[in-house]
Ligand binder design. Structure first.
Ligand code: TXA
Ligand code: MG
Length: 324
């Protein structure tokens, strides 16, 4: 039996399959089955108040599971699907309420990965899938990362190679009076605005206390286990004398440069994003005292990366008196 056929069988039995998408690996289950979906929350150690994204094979399937399909959804899906854009819409009742943490909406996305699309088509149903990592930890961008995170709690891992986008999809809520970005990601605000006009951006980092509408967005998230700090762009002088520590900085070139426990990531937002989680994992495995991350500049094209880094790290507190 091919691994794809086994994967479909496993999903039909209400069990879990990890699969690649262009953003990160997902931990999938039948989105119509409350039992199956509950296994995702258990495997991840994820609070049931944090809704899951439902993966569909295209607009036709999306329309089956959203009870409304506004013109904004039509235009955005036409432009950005398949791709890293999740649309939050009113939920049709056949999607298990557990998927949406009890909300009456559902996040839908058509992933841009051949294996993911084949899986959804062959299964012929919606697949609920959060990132295939333990809750709050770094999202996986290779099949090996999924094994390291979840081991035997997942029935099958489909290996589609490393993810090319590397950070999660943009989550856009279309149920509010103005389209609102709930999570920045692979598709930028500027690109969305070209299609539907002005959008709002919810500042999840400061609205951390709201429950279901800002799920899972508080505290340290997307984080290594090693304590990690961020410092301002161009201020390597603040940290460079620290011993037994890891460093993530911006390279001047296009290539990744590794030297000991220092990793310089390419200074282009897309290729930085592609390698970010892998770099954090690499440093996390080295048993370091701390990891220091140089924040990329505060520019629109870096918004999604800066969002993840802000969640994965703490702000470096000012130097103690007597030091600079
Ligand atoms: O790129 C991605 O989106 C990846 C891949 C696997 O597709 N998935 C992913 O899922 O990142 P997850 O569960 O780690 O993140 C889902 C986030 C939630 O934390 C929540 O912020 C938002 O999507 N979300 C999902 N459904 C929602 C809803 N109905 N209302 C508001 N936010 C929702
Ligand atoms: Mg996640």
């Amino acid at each position: 039996m091919s691994s794809l056929t086994s994967a479909v069988e496993i999903l039909r039995r209400g069990r879990l399959v990890a699969f690649p998408t262009e953003t990160v690996y997902g931990l999938g289950a039948d989105a119509r089955s409350a039992d199956a979906v509950q296994k995702i929350f258990a495997a991840k150690g994820r609070p049931p108040t944090n809704p899951l994204i439902v993966h569909v094979s295209g607009v036709a399937m999306a329309k089956l599971y959203a009870s409304e399909w506004p013109d904004t959804a039509r235009r955005l899906a036409q432009k950005f699907w398949p791709g890293p854009l999740t649309l939050v819409l009113p939920r049709f009742r056949t999607i298990a309420p557990e998927v949406s943490a009890g909300l009456d909406t559902v996040g839908l996305r058509m992933p841009n990965h051949p294996l993911a699309l084949k899986l959804i088509q062959k299964f012929n149903g919606p697949i609920a899938a959060p990132s295939a990592n333990r809750s709050n930890h770094i999202s996986p961008t290779t099949a090996q990362h999924v094994r390291d995170e979840l081991g035997n709690t997942v029935d099958l891992i489909l290996d589609g190679g490393p993810c090319v986008v590397g950070i999660e999809s943009t989550v856009l809520d279309l149920t509010l009076s103005c389209p609102t970005i709930l999570r920045p990601g692979g598709i930028s605000r500027e690109r969305i605005e070209k299609v539907v006009g002005a959008v709002e951006v919810r500042d999840m980092l400061t609205e951390a206390s709201t429950p279901a509408s800002a799920p899972g967005q508080h505290g340290v998230h997307y984080a290594p286990r090693t304590v990690a700090y961020r410092f301002a762009f161009g201020r390597r002088d603040v940290v460079e004398t620290r011993a037994n520590c890891g460093f993530v900085t911006l390279a001047a070139e296009r290539d990744i440069k590794r030297r000991g426990s220092s990793i310089a990531l390419p200074a282009s937002p897309a290729s930085y994003a592609q390698h970010l989680y892998g770099a954090l994992r690499e440093l996390d495995a080295m048993g370091l005292a701390a990891i220091y991350v140089e924040m990329p500049p505060d520019l629109p094209e870096w918004a999604a990366v800066r969002d993840r880094l802000t969640r994965a790290t703490r702000a470096l507190s000012p130097s103690p008196p007597g030091r600079t």
